[in-house]
Design a binder for this molecule. Structure first.
Ligand SMILES: Cc1ncc(COP(=O)(O)O)c(C=O)c1O
Length: 394
């Protein structure tokens, strides 16, 4: 696996050390500032802090040292200027849209994004923000979808659950030519495997709930963006609307980032073995994993990612009942809606993560009833392969 070099320090070093200054107690592990508000020396200082003329903490909805440490560390890893942490991945996307767009604006969004992201952009139509959904890999369709009022492109790559790869550099160039911003949900790769800003994107969103935590403990999100957007758009929105991350969760994510590179390397290594095993299995139909040489965007994935990640999807013949039978027979994979955990996870997208979409919408996205998504964890891969073999024998 290639290691990204960020200036003088590697990503692995920044993941352990960026964003944390030693405290008064000389602690080695960052403290959790679990306080809702901060005290002032006097009324004049309170007024200055509220007015923003004196830097410092005020109230944990918008200023908290633990949250700030997580924000600084993630911004360093993504190679962005700055970051705001949010209460969930969905609130990161909502904040991105509401802070930047207004009624009358238009968004072009990949059709193959997390189901709730599709629901969110669809819901925004009632506030006058319209969205056109296009295929994630069809750059010409993206180009055709532009309108004079297009302000934002939103893409998730690899996509969930079919691991389609969008060309971040090409979509960023299209966006910039039209004066729009390119936003990338970097949830599946994390900065350990893919750095969208270096490829030309303007903004990166995260569900920290997934690999940033990496151990399935807390819900959270983040936006990494240019300093001017953070200062003038995102921070004022966060302060006013309050979709903020709790300091406790920020501490969990901060510690999660310290092992991110190692975990992503392990997830990628095991997922590649699982994908190869499934591709050779007689009971398995199509397998979706960007690391397979016959994946339609394998070359693009190899050029914009440093490894292929931990998500593998596959189809079994026999529709929903066959898929459910395989899922129910797996013993080492938890049946749950999360992904990116050390524990392996199995999901039936058509009836869970993408269950709120209309059947026609799912069909257009290519999500069949026989599709199963695996989030390959960090258990022994031989044990996982044996478990899959046993489940597929049904
Ligand atoms: C790619 C992607 N983006 C965003 C989200 C939303 O994140 P959260 O559940 O933290 O709100 C998810 C959740 O599964 C996801 O998979």
């Amino acid at each position: 696996m290639k290691e990204h070099s960020l200036g003088e320090l590697t990503l692995a070093t920044l993941a352990c050390q960026a964003g944390v200054a030693p405290g008064n107690e000389y602690e080695n592990s960052p403290p959790i500032y679990l306080t809702s508000s901060f005290c002032f020396d006097n009324a004049a200082q309170a007024a200055a802090r509220f007015a923003g003329t004196e830097p410092g903490n005020v109230y944990s909805r918008f200023t908290n040292p633990t949250v700030r440490s997580f924000e600084q560390r993630l911004a360093a890893l993504e190679g962005g200027d700055a970051c705001v942490a949010t209460s969930s991945g969905m609130s990161a996307i909502l904040t991105t849209v509401l802070a930047l767009l207004a009624s009358g604006d238009h968004v072009i969004c990949s059709r193959s994004v997390f189901g709730t992201t599709v629901s969110l952009f669809t819901m925004l139509a009632k506030f006058g923000i319209e969205t056109t959904f296009v295929g994630p890999t069809d750059n010409e369709a993206w180009a055709r979808a532009f309108r004079p009022n297009t302000k934002m492109l939103f893409v998730e790559t690899p996509s969930n659950p079919l691991t389609e790869i969008s060309d971040i550099a090409a979509l960023s160039a299209l966006a910039h030519a039209a004066g729009a911003l390119c936003v990338v949900d970097n949830c599946f790769c994390t900065p350990a495997l893919q750095r969208p800003i270096a490829l030309g994107a303007d903004i990166v969103t995260h569900s920290a709930t997934k690999y940033l935590d990496g151990q399935g403990r807390c819900v959270g999100g983040a936006i990494v963006a240019p300093a001017a957007l953070i200062r003038e758009k995102f921070f004022p929105f966060l302060r006013t609307a309050g979709p903020s991350m709790s300091p406790f969760n920020a501490w969990v994510f901060l510690k999660g980032l310290e092992t991110l590179s190692l975990r992503m390397e392990g997830h990628s290594r095991s997922a590649a073995r699982v994908a190869e095993f499934l591709a050779a299995h007689p009971k398995v139909g199509r397998v979706f994993y960007p690391g397979l040489v016959d994946h339609p965007q394998h070359a693009l994935a190899a050029s914009q990612q440093s490894a292929f990640g931990g998500i593998v999807s596959f189809e079994v013949a026999g529709g929903q009942s066959a898929a459910w039978r395989v899922i129910d027979r797996l013993q080492l994979f938890s049946i749950t809606a999360n992904l990116g955990d050390t524990r392996s996870i199995v999901t039936h997208p058509a009836t869970t993560t993408h269950g709120r979409l209309a059947p026609a919408q799912r069909a257009q996205m290519g999500i069949t009833d026989e599709l199963i998504r695996l989030s390959v964890g960090l258990e022994g891969v031989e044990d996982l392969l044996r478990d899959l073999d046993h489940a597929l024998a049904a």
